[in-house]
Design a protein around this ligand. Structure first.
Ligand SMILES: C[S@@+](CC[C@H](N)C(=O)[O-])C[C@H]1O[C@@H](n2cnc3c(N)ncnc32)[C@H](O)[C@@H]1O
Length: 304
């Protein structure tokens, strides 16, 4: 769920208009995303995006940063660059944080919505309404591309600039589809070229998955009434599929340890896990009780 202050700000932004008024705008956005085209965004589509997509994008941001914090518990975010900041899912995560925050976003309408949504929080982003080509003019501790790199031309060059301008960590999140995973693989190639480390989710430098497979995870997001009205649906929840990678400028010593990369098959007395291990992809069958509760996306830890 979005923070309640954001949820209330969103209701205020909608004013007298009904969420269902934004269905067409959302349908057009979805169509563009399905075809991997960067959509033209106006005030209505920015609001439609906020209503329909932000609960899921916010949940994914939280999942990924929680995973990062498990791996690097002592790290404090101080200087963040959010590239393609949209309606501000990442800003909502850092809503009450006291840090330097730069948002790069080419759509004025998206910036306006994000500015309104974070009202009441401590965060005071420095907004730049510009193309990514004008970003990376200074150094940042951490750079985030949340569902945005996929829409940008010259992805390799953009990633290289991010590597050059980031001191600590680069986060890339994309949809959990073959197209989204292509972007994640590209980020890993740039990491290899620059001798960066990978904090999560990978257990090995070279992706061991078959060419037609893709590494993705899932987070369950409860749907509010508003959410359902814009999506023209009545489901109580949705499962958001996403792919991600967290790169580290430090040559990392903490690769993941036997990450579960598909939904485990749980049977009576045993469970079947598909793992990304330091020696490649591997299927592991466990009857150990300590593995019963392990879920997709988690690490299984040491195994035989
Ligand atoms: C799918 S939205 C994601 C927004 C936000 N990061 C989130 O997670 O909700 C992608 C955003 O990237 C922005 N974007 C796409 N190409 C861009 C570019 N070349 N320069 C700056 N922003 C760009 C779009 O305007 C859009 O707001």
């Amino acid at each position: 769920m979005l923070p309640s202050v954001v949820e209330n700000n969103l209701k205020k932004l909608l004013g007298d208009r009904k969420a269902s008024d934004f269905r067409d705008a959302y349908a057009q956005l979805s169509e563009s995303y399905r075809n991997a085209i960067s959509p033209n965004i106006n005030a209505d589509s920015a609001l439609a995006y906020a209503c329909a997509r932000m609960p899921a994008t916010y949940a994914v941001v939280k999942y990924v940063i929680d995973e990062f914090t498990r791996k690097v518990p002592s790290y404090t975010f101080r200087d963040v660059l959010d590239v393609g900041s949209g309606t501000g899912a990442l800003m909502c995560y850092f809503l009450d944080a006291n840090l330097n925050y730069t948002a790069i976003e080419k759509s004025k309408a998206m910036i306006e919505v994000s500015r309104n949504l974070i009202e009441g929080g401590i965060l005071a982003p420095d907004f730049h309404c510009c193309d990514v080509q004008q970003a990376f003019t200074q150094r940042y501790d951490s750079t985030f591309f949340i569902y945005s790199l996929n829409e940008m031309p010259d992805k390799s060059a953009v990633l290289q600039k991010a590597v050059d301008c980031t001191s600590d960590y680069i986060f890339v999140v994309e949809t959990g589809t073959p197209i989204g995973f292509e972007v994640i693989k590209l980020a890993k190639q740039i990491a290899l070229k620059n001798r960066l480390g990978v904090v999560a989710p990978c257990a090995v430098e070279n992706c061991p998955l078959a060419a037609d497979d893709w590494c993705h995870f899932s987070v369950r997001v409860p749907r509010s009434q508003l959410h359902n009205l814009v999506k023209n649906s009545s489901l109580p929840y949705e499962d958001e599929k996403f792919s991600y990678v967290i790169l580290s400028k430090k040559r990392v010593e903490y690769y993941s340890n036997n990450r579960i990369i598909k939904r485990p098959i749980k049977k009576k007395g045993h469970a079947i896990f598909d793992l990304c291990t330091d020696s490649g992809a591997r299927r592991f069958i466990s009857s150990d009780k300590k593995h019963r509760k392990c879920e997709w996306g988690e690490e299984l830890g040491d195994i035989q």
